[in-house]
Design a binder for this molecule. Structure first.
Ligand code: AMP
Ligand code: MN
Ligand code: MN
Length: 326
């Protein structure tokens, strides 16, 4: 499998991993399947090279991903351990406190806006997932994939590609998946663990997001807030996956999900064509070209007005097919 990297080469990073003795791996705040999948796959790889390695993460790991964890995460990174960061586009998004004593020894990622903040950087914007980059290190080091490591990599690739449907899917990603299946991955089982362990509350908050959706020409915006959480019994995090259900309306170029969080609003943006990473960066966020996010201290209704202003020059908000953009 070929990997196009920015910064260091796969070979250089493989050599670097061989030299580790005590390492800690972590990932971005608001962990998703690729965050945990690539972190755990890297943990198994470094462990197989003989080093001591721990996974540290200060936030709660989402329940649908907990089965991937071999041990309970450490809430902070031990002092004299080398810090390895995966799937994290910026140093301020690292999911553990660094307190000035933990330089990032390795930054392994696939976000195109990654500023190469590590001492070593393995960043490949063409990789479908950070887990795919970790897989290339298994190949480089000649370490065979066992079922656990293959399941972690599969989780990263399948979730970051929306189940192999998004534009980041490549022949390389599918070739990797063939290897993962040979290593024992059963896709239906992983799908069940990831997608069929939800709660009625999660279902209801997705329903609330869909009911609340408003169309502004080529943009679709769904907002959920405290009263929706109260009405459905769901938490703010439960509504995270709603964004994936918004992408079905014909003629829509950008979908946005705005959820009220403690002290503001979290925005998620998706598109098939428009650079929504650029839009997210206006609000101090970031991400990929076609999948990005941000947080703002504004309440949802103000966040929505700001977002529509930002989208004005990007898509047509008034093509007569929905409400006015105000
Ligand atoms: P989300 O909508 O939260 O699932 O995020 C989509 C993509 O945007 C992911 O690749 C995230 O890493 C990135 N992202 C989300 N929130 C932020 C943020 N506040 N700053 C930078 N990148 C973000
Ligand atoms: Mn991620
Ligand atoms: Mn990712």
């Amino acid at each position: 499998m070929t990997t196009r990297t920015t910064g260091n080469t796969t070979r250089e990073v493989a050599e670097f991993l061989k030299g580790l003795q005590k390492a800690a791996v972590t990932t971005h705040t608001g962990a998703d399947g690729d965050a945990i999948g690539s972190a755990i796959a890297l943990l198994y790889l470094v462990r197989s090279l003989g080093a001591e390695i721990v996974f540290c993460y200060s936030e709660e790991v989402p329940s649908y991903l907990r089965w991937l964890l071999p041990d309970e995460p450490l809430l902070e990174c031990p002092r004299d351990y080398d810090l390895l960061v995966v799937d994290t586009s910026r140093p301020d998004r690292v999911g553990v406190p660094r307190d000035g004593v933990h330089p990032v020894r390795l930054n392994l990622d696939h976000h195109e806006d990654n500023p190469l903040y590590g001492e070593k950087n393995l960043v490949d914007p063409l990789a479908a997932a950070s887990a795919q980059i970790v897989a290339s290190l298994y190949t480089e080091l000649g370490v065979p994939l066992d079922r656990e490591s293959a399941e972690a990599i599969y989780t990263g690739v399948s979730t970051d590609t929306g189940g192999f449907r998004f534009r980041n899917v490549s022949p390389e990603a599918h070739e990797l998946v063939a290897d993962l299946l040979r290593a024992g991955v059963v896709p239906a089982e992983i799908d069940a663990r990831l997608n069929r362990t939800g709660t009625v509350e999660q279902l209801k908050i997705v329903g609330a997001s869909l009911i609340n959706v408003e169309r502004y020409g080529e943009a679709l915006v769904a907002t959920v807030g405290k009263d929706d959480y109260e009405r459905t019994g769901a938490t703010e995090l439960d509504s995270k996956e709603s964004i994936d259900h918004l992408r079905t309306v014909a003629g829509v170029e950008v979908v946005a999900h705005l959820r009220e969080i403690e002290g503001g609003t979290k925005g998620s943006l998706r598109s098939e064509r428009v650079d929504v990473g650029e839009v997210a960066r206006i609000f101090g966020g970031g991400g990929h070209r076609l999948a990005a996010g941000y947080t703002t201290p504004k309440p949802p209704h103000e966040a929505k007005e700001d977002l529509l202003r930002a989208l004005k020059g990007v898509v047509n908000l008034r093509d007569g097919s929905g409400g006015g953009a105000g």
